[in-house]
Design a binder for this molecule. Sequence first.
Ligand code: NDP
Length: 332
Amino acid sequence: NSEIRLSARPIGMPTMETFQFVDIDMPTPRDGQVVLKLLYLSVDPYMRGRMSDAKSYVAPFEVGKSFEGEAVAQVVESRHDRYAVGDIVFGRLPWRRYGLSDGHGIRKLDLSIAPMTAYLSVLGTTGLTAYFGLFDIGQPKPGETVVVSGAAGAVGMTVGQIAKLCGCRVVGIAGSDAKTEYLVQELGFDAAINYKTQNLHTALKEACPNGVDVYFDNVGGTVTDAVLLRINDDARIPVCGQIALYNLAKPEMGPRLLSQLVVHRALMKGFIVTDYQPRFPHAIRHLASWVRAGQLKYKETIVEGFENVPDAFLGLFRGENIGKQLVKVADP
Ligand code: NDP
């Protein structure tokens, strides 16, 4: 058995040395406990924030302790009335091949609705983040132009497709031609811009002839600077993430474009998906019905092997994933 621990708090970009693999004993369950075998785990950009001890909305990882995150696992031993050997469960679990649970914070998954990995992507935090950020803050209306950054990532590609379902013109910004082609050809985006090779200002002008009504921001930095210069009056800007800034050792003071918000009476609002918890069941029903109808596609980039978790995490910052980045730890 083994687990992955935070070896030290990184400054700037984390490295392989940030992650420490430690051999540990196989767990033995007591009454009321189960042994969980990790099958799939999710690596997420927000975990970079938890490697720091700066005050945030979620507690930092502790140095010398196991990382944890959303995962799917299988019950392989049970001394718990509600769980049987073979059950597939979802939970926020330590990065540990085999671990113990008393049933708190885990729930059984219904695999007749969707494959287990979907609960780590479109029917989980990813889908919910897209849903609430777009509907509650973005409030897209038919005919409006919605721009999404980080568009070929897990949240971004979901946002763009939902905005299309709302009758909007949708423009995605992503970091490779393979990604921009995928967005337009497979997911029906109206246009997509490669921020690494194209001039953002001219490309945005061309892709958004009627300006920008909703900007769903996953990345921040220079991409956001460029989009802010094209917003319309009464634009709405859900600030979901700022991945371009997560690894900066010092915050960057960029050009100050907030006067754009004044001039255009625009709304810019950050949000945290977990604040919408009471409304999750309703949103998941909505997302699941779109998935079943083939109107909402989801894509996963799955890296195999527990030993490759650090690389999969670091790959998020190199743009290696299309859709949700997952790690397959073991077969059921
Ligand atoms: P993604 O699947 O989008 O993975 C990250 C992607 O970000 C990469 O594939 C890469 O794509 C892009 N990226 C990496 N570095 C940069 C950079 N410097 N500049 C621009 N783009 C970059 O992850 P998620 O969908 O899970 O998350 C997307 C965003 O949403 C993140 O900012 C995350 O923190 C945030 N989030 C917020 C939540 C909330 O409650 N507010 C909940 C969940 C996520 P590319 O090739 O295009 O560069």
